[in-house]
Write a protein that binds this ligand. Structure first.
Ligand code: GLC
Length: 437
């Protein structure tokens, strides 16, 4: 889908991204073993040695089979994936030449990234790399207020020998490895900036990190040189150079705007709250919520990146597989209302109890019904515009009337769709409305 004229242009190629709409986020690292949040090192103030001794020295995902992961993603209808090459703990999933803190030095002893990239590509998915700007393992990364050692009594002393410039070299060097050794990469997903905050007198109230601490300007320049066309997220603390906006763990109500212009955007969401595998979390989203989340996102012009946190043995756990399976069952019949779709034209008023998406190329409007109405539903603004309508789950005709049975129901150009009494047996039924050309 080409970028609509009223959307802020991207520097990278967003054509495929706007079409594909649905991707898989994967957070995997040695934090899968404590299985209580990927920030466990910070939350529990674990020092680097203890963290390494427990998890790095015992990481052995013996059941890891990336083809199974790729199959689960493809079957769910996902078209791209974004994998954490390194998270904030600094652990690297590939055989980096710049650190020892990498998967090849764990008991597992093998690169996990390359086979993953190959497996997902073999299922036709595009590849994105999440890379943490933050690194709690690197000895030159200056301890700030987010660091596991933030409250360490000797913080000043510990920071004395640290040189953020050297860390920047490391960061850029690793990004260079990632963007030169794994073939075409479609997304660079950097995470994240939290600039130092000062009060009105100029006193620091929070020590953070931003564009100077990553040298974001040169980093993004290199990224675009190495992978022309790559899309870059908005977390480098740069005003203009990013491609897309990334609301996390919340859903925009309307299409997000910057400087009065709609932007390309992608919501990232978890199944249960944390990104890394969390054994004891019980806040898993229901099938309905997940499907509606995808629809809501596309209906406001966005993409959904839905996260899986694989286990320490290298598998998607049963809860994740069930959720993906449910998405796949819905997508099997309804992907036409997702791929290549976006927000409905502004002159079509929103329906009651549901959402529209719209495919500008085929000029088809998709009515997603969140509450099944009794026999009929009134839609404003469509009189004279419908060529045909059908349910997507079975392709059965949905007849319509241009004149409401009761004059009180008439607003502007109201149409009445005639629905079966019983809701089709799908999570969210969809009526495909083919508009006259
Ligand atoms: C965050 C968190 C993190 C997660 C990410 C995903 O900012 O630090 O753990 O990887 O968002 O969006």
């Amino acid at each position: 889908m080409t970028l609509p004229a009223d959307v802020r242009p991207t520097i990278g190629d967003s054509t495929w991204f706007l079409h594909d709409r649905f991707g898989m986020f994967i957070h995997w690292g040695i934090y899968a073993m404590p299985a209580r949040h990927e920030w466990v090192r910070r939350r529990e103030r674990i020092d680097a040695e203890a963290y390494k001794a427990k998890y790095f020295d015992h990481f052995d995902p013996d059941l890891y089979d990336p083809q199974k992961w790729a199959d689960a993603a493809a079957n769910a209808g996902m078209k791209y994936f974004v994998i954490t090459t390194k998270h904030h703990d600094g652990f690297c999933l590939w055989d980096s030449g710049l650190t020892d803190f990498k998967v090849t030095n764990t008991p597992y002893g093998k690169d996990v990234l390359r086979p993953m990239v190959e497996a997902f590509r073999s299922r036709g998915l595009k590849v994105g790399f999440y890379h943490s700007l933050i690194d709690w393992h690197h000895p030159d990364f200056v301890i700030d207020d987010n660091h596991p050692l933030a409250e360490h009594p000797d913080r000043e002393k510990l920071n004395a020998g640290r040189d953020q410039k050297r860390y920047i070299e490391y960061l850029h060097g690793q990004v260079r490895e990632l963007l030169t050794q794994f073939g075409p990469i479609h997304i660079a997903w950097f995470d994240f900036s939290y600039p130092t905050k000062r009060d009105e007198q100029g006193n620091i109230i929070r020590h953070g990190k931003g564009r100077e601490d990553w040298d974001s300007e040169n980093l993004i320049k290199m990224v675009r040189e190495l992978q022309p066309g790559i899309l870059v997220d908005n977390r480098l603390d740069l005003e203009e150079e990013w491609d897309y906006y990334t609301p996390e763990q919340w859903q925009p109500r309307i299409w997000p705007v910057k400087d009065g212009r709609r932007v390309v955007w992608e919501a990232c969401q978890t199944f249960s709250g944390s990104w890394g595998y969390h054994r004891d979390e019980s806040t898993w989203k229901s099938e309905d919520m997940l499907v509606q989340m995808l629809i809501n996102t596309v209906s406001t012009g966005g993409n959904l990146l839905l996260n899986v946190g694989p286990t320490g043995r290298g598998e998607f756990d049963e809860r994740a597989l069930n959720a993906l399976d449910a998405m796949g069952r819905w997508m099997h019949h309804h992907s036409r209302s997702i791929y290549g779709c976006t927000q409905a034209p502004d002159d079509i008023p929103a329906p009651l109890d549901g959402r529209y998406t719209y495919n500008p190329q085929t000029q088809r409007l998709y009515l997603h019904l969140y509450a099944w109405p009794f026999k009929q539903i009134w839609l404003d603004g469509l009189a004279g515009r419908i060529a045909y309508a059908q349910l997507l789950n079975d392709g059965s005709e949905v007849p319509w009337h241009e004149t409401p049975a009761d004059a009180q129901e008439q607003r502007g150009g109201t149409v009445r769709l005639m629905l079966p009494i019983v809701k089709p047996k799908v999570t969210v039924p969809v009526v495909e409305i083919i508009l006259k050309r």
